[in-house]
Design a protein around this ligand. Structure first.
Ligand code: PLP
Length: 360
């Protein structure tokens, strides 16, 4: 059976195989890894290993910090303005779909939000970033936020905008570690762990040093990126089990050849599935504009959308789970993050071909 869930998502087989022993086996100190104090040497070594592995995978420039924080991606919708507004009251946001709109809604609670880009008319797609496309970012904006991969809409940005002196901030929850990323283009990146990092309950922030100086002193310490950076993500007891699992995932990515290898495998899986959909003579449709199709959240529907639910129910009987689209978007969606093997995509395509033969 395969789960195509958008998140929490499948973890690599090898990580699940190692996790039992690594997390739950008691050692000579009478404690399993998940039972050890976060102040002790053993957990601190794991934390350092996770941080260093992740930095190496990202080829992280020296002037960036990695934070491991409790909570989901959405909490950063609020922590961002708290930490980054500084003396400004204004923040710029690009609207590219469901999750960026959720970030905008939270941004408004603390900032004067300027929505500087919106999706084009027609098929779902990311905003235009070509020179002259009209991004009018106010000079006093503390940051410009965007969502490079819209998990619900199945939309990925083909290119990033030039935001000049205004730091670019990105919610990379569903594309982090799926392909190489030029961190130096961003002031801050954040991601919920439950796609390509590990289990839910952990989030990762990658932040440029100079932005840490903006944190307001009245910020609660666990919510302050600056305090978390100064205290190695241990202001409050961190989600130790999730961090240990994430370390195993980072090791797995490194062993498989790092982010270029992830990108190649993800591109091959996406090509197989979109290729089949496009060749189905309209029985299946991928609605997103071709140059903005997400390689990891493949959105599709049947010509007769009433059949989508029948398709998803029959797929489950064939061992293919969690293919329903995001509730606000509808249709169908197959999420193909790093841990989804090509055999899973093959099984899905075989089922889709069979369903089409029977119903087409
Ligand atoms: N941002 C993006 C792009 C997401 O895909 C999700 C969840 O799927 C979220 C934010 C919300 O994440 P969380 O539930 O961890 O707050």
């Amino acid at each position: 059976a395969y789960s195509f869930a958008a998140g929490p998502a499948r973890l690599p087989d090898a990580v699940l195989a190692r996790a039992g022993e690594a997390l739950f086996a008691r050692g000579g100190d009478g404690a399993a890894a998940i039972e050890r104090p976060f102040t002790g040497d053993a957990f601190r070594a794991t934390l350092a290993h996770a941080r260093e592995r992740l930095a190496a995978l990202l080829a992280l420039p020296a002037n960036y910090r990695i934070l491991f924080m409790a909570g989901g991606a959405m909490q950063h919708f609020s922590l961002l303005p708290m930490n980054l507004l500084g003396a400004s009251r204004r923040a710029a946001y690009a609207d590219s779909g469901y999750w960026s709109r959720r970030a905008i809604d939270e941004g408004w609670k603390q900032a004067a939000v300027s929505v500087v880009a919106t999706p084009p008319a027609g098929a779902p797609a990311a905003p235009d970033v070509s020179p002259g496309s009209g991004w009018d970012i106010p000079a006093d904006a503390a940051y410009c936020h965007l969502t490079p991969n819209e998990t619900a809409d199945g939309v990925a940005w083909a290119a990033l905008p030039d935001t000049g002196a205004v730091p670019l901030v990105a919610d990379v929850t569903s594309c982090f570690l799926a392909a190489p990323l030029d961190v130096s283009r961003f002031g801050l990146l954040y991601a919920g762990a439950q796609k390509n990092i590990g289990p839910a309950g952990l989030s990762v922030v990658v932040v440029r040093d100079d932005l840490l100086e903006r944190a307001r002193p009245e910020l609660p310490a666990p919510f302050s990126y600056a305090v978390q950076a100064a205290q190695d993500s241990c202001v409050t007891t961190p989600p130790t089990a999730a961090i240990q699992l994430a370390a195993l995932v980072f090791d797995w990515i490194a062993e498989r050849g790092g982010l270029p290898a992830m990108a190649a495998a993800n591109a091959a899986k996406a090509a197989r599935l979109y290729g089949f959909i496009d060749a189905s003579g309209g029985f299946y449709t991928a609605p997103v504009r071709r140059d903005c199709r997400s390689p990891v959240n493949v959105r599709f529907h049947l010509a007769d959308s009433v059949q989508d639910a029948v398709f998803a129910a029959e797929a489950e009987r064939r061992g293919l789970f969690h293919l329903r689209g995001h509730p606000r978007v509808g249709g169908l969606r197959a999420s193909l993050y790093n841990a989804m093997p090509m055999t899973g995509v093959d099984a899905l395509v075989d089922f889709m071909a069979d369903f089409m033969r029977r119903r087409g």
